[in-house]
Design a protein around this ligand. Sequence first.
Ligand code: GDP
Length: 451
Amino acid sequence: MSKVNNIAAIATGLSTAGISIIRVSGDTAITEVNQIFKGKDLTEVAANTLTYGHIIDGQQIIDEVLVGVMHNPRSFTGEDVVEINCHGGMLVTERILKLLLRLDIELAEPGEFSKRAFLNGKKSLSDVTQAMELIEAKNETALNLAINTFSNPTNKLVSNLRNQLLDIISVIEVSIDYPEYDDIEEITHSKLLPQIIKFETEIAEIITDSKRGALFKNGIDVAIIGSPNVGKSSLLNYMSRENKAIVTDIAGTTRDVVASEINMQGLTLNLLDTAGIRTTDDVVEQIGVTRSREQIELAALVLFVVDSSRKLTDEELKLYEEIKAKKHIVILNKTDLKPEVDTSLFTQTVNLSALNQQGIELLESSILATLDLDKFDSQNAKYINRIQDVSKLEQVAEVLATVKEGVEMGIPIDTIEIDLKDALFMLGEILGIEAKNDLLNELFSRFCLGK
Ligand code: GDP
């Protein structure tokens, strides 16, 4: 028996909509779909066209459809692909899918279309990753970042860096190995230093943007802590309400609203231990300190809520000692009441009234500023999405720091060059280039040496 190679899946969301698209891909995708299609013969229609007709189950018409036919290799997966545009009711879509699965077609695994596109050389791994980022974007910034990576992919950013480094190495190499070459200036420490600094600055920029981008993409872990009755759960509700207004007002959205996940100004906050906040009646939780301590440890940002209408307790002063070294914001809640709290201790405070729902905008901008994210330009950021690539760049940056020190100390340039070549090799690894073998060729091509 021949192995089934055709796959099918519903490409659009599982919700009631105007149309749904079922995508079929594989060696015999067209002939298979043709068996349940009434209209023109799909095996005869021109590639990249839409054909009107009906999906049938025996004699019975199931739906009126438009079918797109794409021929191998000019399709998303690089295989023959049929896209059935049917009516968007969930039942009718599923019924067509079931009909297809009765044929020589299997249900696609998650990501299988992309995997085939990759295996057939239609998409690079970073293309596929980018597409996933686009689909999975949790907030507007993450979406912008994903779009940004289409025009500014990792390969481009890293190739630019590598080319710069190659230029530096070429000049060193040539001035050492071909001193008789007149048109090549001799490299000196003072000429090298500004080039190294420029290169280092660019790498640092990419690393910073990528890390900031990752925070937007993944969200940041936030702990809301404070004594009982200061208004933590009121604040949480206030923040969630803002969030829900953004996320769930879109009818038919299939996204789960996670109670502890809040979107604010393009940033997703993952609130830690919201259950703990909500069970304030629990006697054990009244103390709250142990639990708070664990949260403080995990959080990237601590929101310390105090009641501005009363003086700070010893316990609060103690708690503040524990968080002050971390990124934190002190929220002076209940500002609708007469202020009694002494704030001289705190470095950064935000006034808020959870009860009257006032002050959230200030809190939001304060959160972004505290995390150094307020000026992040997601559309122009030099953002690299794969964490492994960013770690590699950090290694390159470390090597460059050593190089810079070496140049400043006047270490012989051929010794410095060894480190530069290491850095070049690491950049090549990100790009999948065997730098050591290529180097000679690349140097030659730059200078036309030995022509
Ligand atoms: P938690 O124990 O820290 O979670 O505090 P709660 O959110 O349960 O609030 C404790 C009490 O303070 C409740 O009676 C709230 O209505 C009240 N409260 C919360 N925020 C404010 C506020 O901004 N102003 C005033 N006046 N009362 C508030």
